[in-house]
Write a protein that binds this ligand. Structure first.
Ligand code: GLP
Length: 242
């Protein structure tokens, strides 16, 4: 496990950018996930700016990490649309290089199986870039998720619905269920990059690496994850040594 500590927002985005660029240089059309949430936003801003001078920055295939369930394709709340606004459209990532979760799919099980097949056909996830929920969720794998779970429909906890309400203005606007890549699916990623910023993440970041591995805190699976890099600011890392 490699930890890169950054003192501020600017150095955070620079370090993530450096990691990303090196990864693209070493891998041909890697399959990667991108998280939503506020944590990665400075990086998305940075890469969007740098793209003007380096058109190679879009040479990857985007794979949805998680998605609210039951929304129409045009809905602003869809994570695919969120990421489109924040990074994918600026980087001009074509639809042929976007593997997305269909929020309105009727046969969920079949859809999830198809996604898993697409991941396999690509030779697996090359780089899972992930954020960390306050309760240790990764993607939308909430506490209680089987640590070998595959891509599936899940119900969101009250805590996650409340945390997500800040994005959409009210609790009512947050869908109650979602489709997420499973922990078992994410475990197979060849490389993982965990992003964390702020004091708010200090406790869960410590728990992730200090508690014993269990589905009570799904992110604890990361203790055994191969090729794991953490890029986090000093605030988020402040409890790691306590
Ligand atoms: C959401 C997303 C996660 C993300 C988490 C943390 O629940 N489904 O993928 O990692 O929020 O968000 P933030 O970075 O805003 O703390």
């Amino acid at each position: 496990m490699n930890i890169i500590e950054t003192p501020n927002e600017n150095s955070f985005s620079e370090e993530v950018m450096k990691f990303f660029l090196t990864f693209l240089q070493k891998n041909n059309n890697p399959l990667l996930t991108l998280p939503t949430g506020t944590t990665p936003l400075p990086f998305y801003k940075k890469i969007s700016e740098e793209y003007k001078d380096n058109k190679e920055l879009n040479k990857f295939t985007y794979l949805s990490l998680d998605e609210y369930y039951g929304l129409e394709q045009e809905d602003k709340r869809l994570f695919a649309n969120w990421l489109d606004r924040e990074i994918l459209s600026t980087l001009e990532v074509p639809s042929t290089r976007r593997i997305t979760i269909d929020s309105s799919c009727e046969n969920v099980q079949e859809h999830c199986l198809k996604l898993e097949k697409k991941i396999n056909m690509h030779g697996n996830i090359d780089l899972a870039i992930i954020g960390l929920g306050n309760n240790g969720h990764i993607g939308f794998n909430e506490p209680g998720s089987d640590l070998n779970s595959r891509t599936r429909k899940v119900h969101l906890t009250k805590e996650t619905i409340a945390a997500n309400a800040v994005y959409w203005g009210s609790l009512e606007r947050v869908p109650k269920s979602a489709i997420t890549l499973g922990i078992g699916t994410l475990k197979e990623a060849k490389h993982t990059l965990l992003l964390a910023r702020g004091f708010g993440k200090a406790k869960i970041l410590r728990d992730t690496f200090k508690l014993s591995i269990s589905n009570k805190v799904p992110s604890t699976y990361l203790q055994e994850q191969r090729n794991l890099t953490i890029i986090a600011d000093t605030d988020a890392l402040s409890m790691m040594h306590t």
